[in-house]
Design a protein around this ligand. Structure first.
Ligand code: TYD
Ligand code: MG
Length: 457
């Protein structure tokens, strides 16, 4: 094997973080255009290479521990505490990503105030807004009396010195893209700066036991601007999402070293800041009126919590050679697969038809368990026949058209019953231990579903 070459990778793609040896217009790794930027390579002086000098032996230990799990701090904002994995872990680093204007600063100001009112020493450093602006927002949100300490700064070295002097329990850095370090020769917001700032702050968090929240804006492609590398550095990655036109905001953990990922917290943006939504199912279903064709209620699980959502479909004759497939809030690959299974296994064609699919309320659903509800909405729209309004659906569809069981059926049924539904349509093979008062309608495969429920196929 060839000896390891000295690293000459000095170009990085800002979209995917891939390293390249030379500049190119298009990144081979992710296919994005004009995202590759030059970065100063790591200095490799003599003695830095492997084997040149002997390292220190690191003491190794067993997996046994007598230590209790780290104590957690609760903010009292249940939706936030749940997404953090059951409260904030001291010394942890949390990245909160989201589109500009979605409400990240509002959320973290409210969060900081909640923690501070419970006795934590909280510091909020804004690099985007002047202190006066943040104070005005705090006043509008009724938080002016919370003992949060506020600073406006973008210089990384000054921020670290301040935090080192103050030793708060938690620090909020809004945003990581505004920070700059004088040790890095690159503009603020560049990959190199974001990476260096995040690295310094995360290291500081671990060493000094200060929990750090980093705010990160998301690019058009949906990634935290600049490098994905920040996501690898932190303990917890949370996205704050929502449609600009809707008031609902969903906080979703996509990675958490201290708790389950895919946990969601639901908020509503009001004139007085973000209000917690304790019962999201009621919120997502509130727009339902009379039974309409094309609507199916999915009994889903988000993280540890059951959530009902409404899948809506519209199917209309198309004038286009390749008809439209517009999907919002669902995985479009999954939808294509279900359409193909309906065509190939059930003989129900969608050729020549435009298909629009949507999850009501700006929610996003990624569970394969939603397959049956998607198929239900599609068939209901195509056959112009409403599903029973008292029914919820769940089940995964395999490529053969068979229905497969999903996890946590009981929790799904319990939530559906709580919200006034009385029937569940689910896979034949699904084990259900106690359906409560729900009547269960079992379906073996997609052909059976189309025939029994819609008389189609
Ligand atoms: P902000 O927290 O500044 O977003 P981000 O930090 O993610 O860029 O939120 C900005 C939006 O929220 C802004 O368009 C106004 C709206 N908003 C309200 O509707 N109510 C409020 O009480 C506050 C503070 C903001
Ligand atoms: Mg902001």
């Amino acid at each position: 094997m060839k000896a390891m070459a000295k690293s000459t990778n000095a170009f990085t793609c800002t979209a995917c973080g891939a390293s390249h040896k030379k500049w190119a217009g298009r990144c081979d790794a992710c296919g994005a255009w004009n995202t590759i930027v030059e970065e100063a390579p790591l200095s490799q002086g003599p003695g830095r290479g492997l084997g040149a000098a002997k390292g220190r032996a690191v003491p190794l230990s067993t997996l046994l521990t007598t230590e209790a799990p780290p104590p957690r701090h609760l903010s009292g904002m249940d939706e936030l505490d749940r997404v953090l994995g059951g409260g904030l872990v001291p010394g942890s680093a949390v990245l909160i990503g989201g589109d500009p204007g979605i409400g990240k600063s509002t959320l973290l100001l409210q969060g900081a105030a909640a923690f501070a009112r419970r006795g934590l020493n909280a510091v909020y450093i804004s690099g985007e807004e002047a202190s006066a602006q943040v104070r005005m927002r705090a006043q509008r949100l009724g938080l002016a009396d919370a003992p949060v300490r506020l600073g406006a700064e973008t210089n990384l070295r000054d921020i670290l010195t301040t935090l080192d002097n103050e030793r708060p329990d938690l620090a909020i850095i809004d945003s990581v893209q505004t920070l700059w370090s004088d040790q890095v020769e690159a503009a603020p917001g560049s990959v190199a700066q974001v990476r260096a700032a995040a690295h310094e702050l995360v290291t500081f968090a671990k060493r000094k036991g200060v929990a750090i929240f980093l705010v990160g804006h998301v690019t058009k492609e949906g990634q935290i601007a600049g490098p994905r590398v920040v996501e690898h550095m932190v303990d917890t990655v949370i996205y704050f999402e929502g449609e600009r036109g809707h008031q609902f905001r969903i906080l979703r953990s996509v990675k958490n070293r201290f708790g389950p990922a895919d946990e969601i917290g639901v908020f509503e943006m009001t004139g007085a800041g973000l209000a917690e939504v304790a019962n999201p199912s009621a919120l997502f279903l509130s727009e339902r009126g009379q039974p309409v064709p094309g609507s199916a209620v999915f009994a889903g699980i988000e993280g540890t919590r059951p959530v009902l959502t409404e899948v809506q479909a519209l199917v209309a004759p198309s004038t286009l050679a390749s008809p439209r497939r517009t999907v919002v809030g669902l995985d479009s690959g999954r939808v294509s697969t279900i359409l193909a299974v309906l065509e190939a296994r059930c003989g129900i064609p969608f050729a020549g038809l435009d298909v629009f699919l949507n999850v009501a309320g700006g929610m996003r659903v990624n569970e394969p368990a939603a397959d049956l509800a998607i198929a239900g909405a599609l068939l209901s729209a195509r056959e112009d026949s409403a599903l029973p309004p008292e029914a919820v659906l769940f089940g995964e569809i395999s490529l053969s058209g068979a229905l497969r069981p999903v996890a946590q059926a009981e929790n799904r049924l319990k939530e559906a019953q709580k919200l006034g539904f009385s029937q569940a349509i689910l896979p034949d093979s699904q084990k259900v231990e106690g359906a409560g008062g729900m009547s269960v309608r079992r379906i073996a495969d997609l052909t059976g579903f189309a025939g029994e429920v819609f008389g189609a196929g």
